[in-house]
Design a protein around this ligand. Structure first.
Ligand code: SF4
Ligand code: SF4
Length: 365
């Protein structure tokens, strides 16, 4: 693996990444392009003092990885940006003020969305199931508090499909926000506590509805703690596996909707066909955005930018939604669902964005 400095130095200034970058296309500022972010990171690692706008450019990237798909030198630009955030945090120049208030909320309330911990299970239909299993359905902060239909539909669909799993009464946060903001020490301590708890419970597999949790458990935990002995799967993968030999259990619900590929699931994991097949089995006619699968546009929410650069995040989301030909849009990412619904309401775009498992559940009823 190349070192961070080697990654930075291998940039040939070809500029191919600039046009595909959502933060550049919305702002038109070179500063907010991948090519310039690499230069900025280089200056930072050379020990130069960065002006606030330059530091900001390292924090307003949603880590959509569009730039990495096109870069002929295969530079892992988001890896460089992450290291630069860690360096900013080490020097006391990051994270930014708003990041710090979210981090304080995580430490105080155990979730990244300022939710009341006593209401974490409000989405749960019925009593808390006191059941032990080596498979843990880990709902995540956003589905638990803000996109409750994603939590409830995933839970109920997996139950209907006879998966043996448990949930936690006091789940807590996966810690992705801590890692993404460059607070590596804090993230490491947080991850360790969670991992100890999972091991004590005998967990062998974690299933998540959220791509942020997926990336965190699958890549960020091993990055800081070394290999972990727990498999991590997105709900799409699990539901696909449970249905693939007998999709006829699904009732056809004949509707037309656009499927939106979330960056971390499509580009990141290559999971593009499974959700489309599931929706097809549910009887949906799936329409495509012009940019789809690995080439999909970003929803503008990830990488910690929505909490700090709300306006930029909103414009990126609205740009993506305007490409959708149907009112109904389906996503397999609760954060995309949340941000796209927010953008649709704010910009009066008339779209209705739902989590994929809602259709699976409807089809199973
Ligand atoms: S990850 Fe996305 S937003 Fe960040 S620099 Fe690359 S293309 Fe731009
Ligand atoms: S595409 Fe790659 S090599 Fe070209 S400017 Fe961007 S980062 Fe540098």
């Amino acid at each position: 693996m190349k070192t961070i400095l080697e990654e930075i130095k291998s940039c040939t200034d070809c500029g191919l990444c600039v046009e595909v970058c959502p933060t550049y296309s919305i702002t038109g500022e070179d500063l907010f392009s991948p090519m310039q972010r690499l230069k900025t990171a280089g200056w930072l690692f050379d020990g130069e003092a960065l002006e606030p706008r330059l530091a900001e450019s390292l924090y307003n990237c949603p880590k959509c990885m569009q730039c990495e798909m096109i870069c002929p030198e295969k530079i892992r630009i988001t890896r460089v940006i992450h290291s630069a955030r860690e360096e900013l945090a080490r020097r006391g120049l990051g994270p930014l003020e708003r990041h710090n208030s979210v981090i304080k909320g995580i430490m105080r309330k155990g979730n990244a969305v300022n939710g009341d911990p006593s209401k974490r299970l409000e989405w749960l239909p019925g009593e808390f199931p006191k059941h032990e299993s080596d498979t843990l359905l880990y709902l995540g902060c956003l589905p638990s508090f803000l996109v409750k239909d994603a939590a409830a539909s995933t839970y109920l669909a997996l139950k209907k499909l006879d998966l043996d799993f448990m949930i936690l009464e006091d789940e807590g946060c996966c810690g992705t926000y801590l890692y993404e903001s460059g607070k590596t020490d804090l993230a490491g301590e947080f991850f360790e506590k969670n991992l100890e708890r999972f091991r004590a419970l005998g967990i062998k597999r974690i299933v998540v509805p959220c791509n942020g949790c997926l990336k965190c458990f699958k890549y960020f935990y091993p990055d800081l703690l070394g290999e972990i002995d727990i498999a991590v799967h997105h709900a799409v993968e699990v539901i696909y596996d449970l249905l693939k030999d007998n999709p006829s259990v699904l009732k056809k619900i004949e509707r037309t909707a656009v499927y939106q590929d979330a960056c971390r699931l499509g580009r990141g994991e290559g999971i593009t066909e499974e959700p489309r097949r599931i929706l097809d089995w549910c009887g949906l006619e799936v329409k495509e955005l012009k940019n789809n699968r690995e080439d999909a546009l970003c929803c503008g929410a990830g990488g910690g930018i929505r909490s700090v650069y709300r306006d930029l995040s909103l414009k990126i989301a609205a740009g993506m939604l305007r490409e959708a030909e149907t009112k109904s849009v389906i996503s397999a990412c609760p954060f995309c669902v949340f941000n796209l619904n927010y953008a649709s309401a704010k910009m009066k775009l008339g779209k209705n964005i739902k989590y994929f498992a809602e259709f699976v559940l409807e089809s199973l009823e």
